[in-house]
Design a protein around this ligand. Structure first.
Ligand code: TYD
Ligand code: MG
Length: 460
């Protein structure tokens, strides 16, 4: 015999109204004998698979529930568009362009439904002025300048927007969670409430969160596990802006979106492959610079890594590197010192990436090593060479994925040689002998360790 579940509620089959005990007549719509037992869940209760299990093969993956934001770069980062019934948190330093991006998104998103832009930071007139400047006016877009969660919820209930932007979570305040806005408790509570609303109404909710210079979204960090995707909007060099996902329940978290902040707001960078290169007279490469083809999501970008080493004072050495993790720079310097005999442990090391791109991919190890070696030995790298490969502590060059695509991207931008590890099994199926690269790709020079790579480049 089935035991009765504790978390049962009674739901009216006519209007959806719920009651904690059974009643003969629904107090909401007045119908008789319409209350049925239902399991209690957050948000919607009529979803198969959420109230009872379903065979996995019979579940609709819901890909049709995506719609385009009107920005292919944003769609890419989200995994192919914005998902209905999802919550996205977007963080970034104040002034980076979050409000600009989201207002433009509201104007462009491919949805027939209504859109709501809630702002706790600006006045309606300010938003209208900005929308004018951005060309972001739209009949179905409504602006609500409020910070009280109750008011925001009531507005959501009244409008039932298909996209709702809340700018920012730090300005929201719920009486239930204390009176000071911006505390972790407030943010968590408000995010939880709004996210339940979005799920129950199949709306896409976007929450803005201000981050500090260090990139840690202090209060909003508490809300990260409540949301489906966490994006960060970062500063590149000058007017460049980079959008990335650090969490994405509906796609990969590897894609990056690239934008420029201009007169008319944010513009997408559609062909970024050569954006992070420094253009110079042919045949010239300065000391300390090396180029790596990096694999960012589904694209290959060519990026120049720059290094400088100077003797440290009083035996106290430091690594100054914002775009590549400093610990990684120290590790590569240690590998070089061990395997080439060139001393780094008495040097201050500076590393930068042209264009301000933050690099995390393992494939940049070789280019970083060569930039450091070049800087320390005061010898420039040969021009037209790109470098890819991961370095082990033993100084071996480890395979990285998509070498052929890297070679192709390098060739397109005029690089004639790609120095990298031997091809791994599975990349082409053929691992015998030297790799005959297709004619449109850069020549692939294979090296199995750091010494042979440096020999191929510097002849020493
Ligand atoms: P904003 O979107 O307000 O940043 P956030 O919401 O992340 O705090 O962006 C503000 C900055 O962007 C501001 O310094 C002005 C600049 N900006 C432009 O350069 N062009 C534009 O069209 C707009 C709207 C803003
Ligand atoms: Mg803003």
């Amino acid at each position: 015999m089935a035991t009765k579940m504790k978390s049962m509620i009674y739901r009216c089959a006519n209007c959806g109204h719920t009651e904690s005990k059974w009643l003969g007549r629904c107090p909401e719509c007045g119908q008789w004998n319409t209350l049925r037992e239902a399991a209690q869940t957050q948000g919607r209760t009529d979803r198969a698979g959420e109230t009872f299990p379903l065979p996995i093969k019979s579940i609709d993956p819901g890909e049709g529930a995506r719609f385009s934001t009107g920005f292919p770069e944003v769609d890419r980062v989200l995994g192919g568009g914005l998902m209905r019934g999802s919550v996205t948190l977007i963080g970034g330093e104040p002034g980076i362009g979050k409000s600009t991006l989201l207002l433009q998104l509201c104007a462009r998103a491919e949805t027939k439904g209504r859109l709501l832009y809630v702002s706790g930071e600006e006045s309606p007139a300010q938003i209208r002025m900005r929308a004018d400047r951005l060309g972001a006016l739209r009949d179905t877009l409504e602006v609500f300048c409020a910070s009280d969660l109750g008011l925001v919820r009531a507005t959501l209930d009244a409008l039932k927007p298909s996209i709702a932007v809340v700018d920012s979570v730090q300005t929201l305040r719920a009486d239930e969670a204390g009176s000071v806005p911006g505390t972790a408790n407030q943010i968590k509570y408000c995010a939880q409430e709004l996210s339940a609303w979005a799920k129950a109404h199949d709306s896409a909710l976007i929450l803005v969160a201000h981050a500090t210079k260090e990139g840690v979204i202090a209060g909003p960090k508490a809300a990260e596990h409540l949301v489906d995707a966490v994006l960060s909007f970062e500063q590149g060099e000058g007017d460049m802006r980079v959008l990335r996902a650090s969490k994405n329940r509906f796609g990969s978290a590897e894609e990056v979106g690239l934008f420029r902040m201009g007169e008319a707001g944010l513009e997408e960078v559609t062909d970024p492959s050569g954006l992070f290169l420094v253009r110079r007279e042919a045949g010239q490469m300065p000391v300390g610079a090396a180029v790596a083809p990096v694999h960012e999501g589904s694209r290959v970008l060519l990026v120049e890594i720059q290094a400088l080493t100077v003797s440290a004072k009083a035996g106290l050495t430091r690594v100054y590197s914002e775009r590549v993790e400093a610990g990684r720079v120290s590790r590569i310097a240690a590998i070089l010192e061990k395997h080439t005999g060139l001393r780094f442990s008495d040097q201050d090391i500076y590393v930068n990436v042209a264009g301000g791109m933050r690099l995390t991919e393992p494939g940049i190890d070789l280019a970083l090593a060569c930039a450091l070696f070049s800087a320390r030995s005061d010898t420039a790298l040969p021009a037209n060479s790109a470098l890819a490969g991961e370095l082990s502590l033993a100084g071996e060059l480890r395979p990285v994925r998509q070498m052929r695509r890297r070679a192709k991207a390098a060739a397109t931008l005029g690089f004639t040689r790609l120095l990298g590890p031997p091809e791994s099994k599975g990349e082409s199926g053929n691992t015998k002998g030297r790799v005959a690269a297709p004619p449109e790709t850069a020549g692939w020079i294979q090296a199995s360790d750091i010494q042979s790579a440096l020999k191929a480049l510097f002849g020493k």
